[in-house]
Design a protein around this ligand. Sequence first.
Ligand code: DQA
Length: 144
Amino acid sequence: MKFCIINGPNLNMLGTREVEIYGSMNLKDIEKFTRDTISKLGHKVDQEWFQSNSEEEIINKIHELASSDVDCLVINPAAFSHTSVAILDALSILKCPVIEVHLSNTNRREEFRQKKITAKSSTGVIEGIGYKVYSLAILSQLIK
Ligand code: DQA
């Protein structure tokens, strides 16, 4: 199976950014943990990790996926989750499952984070379990 993992704005600053909320692992560490975990569990999957701080680049990446053979998109839209109808519309084009993830439990945070515009196009949402959300999202498509 082929997975694309898209990470939105400021997630390139993980590891130094509000560590009490997001933890001390940077995005590269999280990618490594996810790859190691999935392979330790005996699964062979392709993972393409992509990060951008730009809404335009994220939309273009989603458009690329629409005409690819990717089996599932895992996306942490970060702050765009709460603001971007444009990303919601792009996600609606995809035929494959879309799992939205958040490291933190946005339901326990500020009110503006509780509205997740992009989640309207998601198959499911996994959040609040820190760096493990990416592995759990991938596993959600592998376990039967
Ligand atoms: C986040 C939660 C968002 O509210 C925030 O803007 C982020 C990270 C998370 O992974 O917990 O940048 O998506």
